[in-house]
Design a protein around this ligand. Structure first.
Ligand SMILES: Cc1cc2nc3c(=O)[nH]c(=O)nc-3n(C[C@H](O)[C@H](O)[C@H](O)COP(=O)(O)O)c2cc1C
Length: 436
């Protein structure tokens, strides 16, 4: 456990972040923000004022289409449809911020590793080393359909991603120290003897070239990973600086952390990657007011939209299943880690399909932290101390006010307790996130 709690703001470049129909809340500005860079930039500056390590964009470049084998619910309710590109948006945010990290999910499914290294290393170079990459392998069927790709079995997606990372690392390491001369008088830009060529011919990828971008201050982006199945965690132990996890409650978080540390020991990863736990603060003037706010959000969520989203993530069509029966763990090629976390005992009993769907509709399973600013700060501190996590991935329920409320009301309390920084620690994302 580090000295400070580290925070990342969990975003999606779509009509909602995670809360279904949040765009329909009178005070929500996401629909305007989608076409107005200024609003995103205002939000990013609020996060920077609150010393968040990074703004982080999740991304599923395809539509939730498992439920009843159609896209209607995703489209009708704007459940992450449309799904707009986050890296383009981060380019604009980079120009309007100075310290805030810029992290994006980019799936290894549709894009060649050369394209991804080129895109992210360009942004890392231009932003002074503030980029992070959430490596996902594409658990959403709609993504494969959109790109016309075969849907690989769960574990094979990770095998393919291993080869993917081999190519990425070779490209990141292609330019040796001292290679860039920029010698104006001599007319020599770089020493070809110090720029290594990669000749990769593998099972999934071919790549023969050199680095596509100038070496950035971080060398490579900070690497995030969010798979929580056994195979997903093995991948994370090898590649990730930070792992994003979603667990329904404190016992689930503690168990996740214990298992994660045990796996790190077993696989010789020392220190283990940091773990950032997903949470959704709901802040009110009092606990009662915050609870009322939460009730209002839940009431707005159409159940079929929530089940459609759950079906997409889990890779299972839940239509026609009994809503008030416990959600039984099922074989899936979708998210095995999240299936496991929500189909077992939660809060002393199994959750029903209806209950899990509502949690999905609210926050894809991230637990709500409901109360006054003081209570929210208490809860965050307790989870941080009891789990030893690196920090939190914070998803808002209404944009941008829940972010502003958190930054203005909760951050100062954490700072007063000495468990949150009072200024950015360094320049790069790696430095600010204390990742060594
Ligand atoms: C906090 C969190 C964020 C995630 N963000 C994305 C995302 O943006 N895009 C995506 O395709 N998958 C995302 N996932 C899914 C995982 O990356 C992973 O593909 C999925 O959980 C299946 O892997 P597993 O079976 O190893 O858990 C996320 C998962 C978690 C827990």
């Amino acid at each position: 456990m580090g000295k400070y709690i580290h925070l990342v703001s969990f975003q999606i470049n779509s009509p909602i972040n995670h809360t279904i129909l949040s765009w329909a809340a009178p005070e929500d500005n996401r629909l305007q923000a989608l076409g107005d860079l200024g609003r995103w930039i205002d939000m990013a500056r609020t996060l920077e004022r609150g010393l968040f390590d990074a703004i982080f964009f999740a991304d599923t470049p395809g539509v939730f289409d498992r439920y009843q084998d159609r896209m209607d619910e995703a489209i009708r309710y704007g459940v992450c449809w449309p799904t707009m590109d986050p890296v383009t948006l981060l380019g604009a945010i980079a120009g309007a911020t100075e310290r805030l990290g810029l992290a994006a999910t980019v799936s290894t499914g549709p894009h060649h590793p050369y394209a991804v290294v080129r895109q992210l290393s360009t942004l890392d170079y231009m932003s002074g080393g503030r980029v992070g990459w959430n490596i996902v392998t594409g658990h959403l069927r709609g993504e494969h359909r959109a790109y016309g790709l075969a849907e690989l079995p769960h574990d094979e997606r990770y095998d393919r991603a291993e080869e993917y990372m081999e190519v990425c690392h070779a490209l990141w390491n292609s330019v040796e120290d001292g290679a860039i001369l920029a010698d104006k008088a001599g007319g020599v830009f770089a020493d070809p003897g110090k720029v290594k060529t990669l000749h990769h011919q593998g099972k999934y990828f071919n790549c023969s070239t050199v680095a596509p971008a100038l070496p950035s201050p971080q060398g490579r982006p900070v690497l995030f990973q969010a798979g929580s199945s056994g195979r997903g965690q093995q991948f994370a132990m090898k590649h990730a600086d930070v792992v994003f996890a979603i667990q329904p409650n404190l016992p689930g978080m503690k168990k996740f952390m214990d298992d994660f540390r045990a796996m790190a020991r077993q696989l010789g990863r020392n220190p283990p990657p940091g773990v950032t736990l997903g949470i959704q603060p709901v802040i009110g003037g009092s606990e009662e007011e915050a609870q009322q706010k939460l009730n209002g959000i839940v009431e707005r969520i159409p159940l079929e939209a929530a089940i459609a989203r759950l079906s997409g993530t889990m890779g299972v069509d839940f239509s026609g299943m009994e809503l008030d029966q416990p959600l039984a763990e099922m074989q899936t090629q979708g998210s095995q880690g999240l299936m496991k976390a929500f189909s077992n005992i939660v809060d002393d009993r199994p959750l029903t399909l209806r209950e899990v769907a509502i949690r999905w509709g609210l926050s894809v399973g991230m637990p709500q932290i409901v109360g006054s600013p003081e209570q929210v700060a208490d809860r965050i501190e307790t989870i941080w101390r009891e789990t030893g996590c690196h920090g939190f991935n914070v998803t808002p329920h209404v944009m941008p006010s829940s972010i502003g409320d958190f930054v203005d009301q909760v951050v100062p309390i954490l700072q007063k307790r000495g468990i949150y920084p009072t200024e950015y620690i360094g320049r790069t994302l790696r430095e600010n996130a204390e990742l060594g």
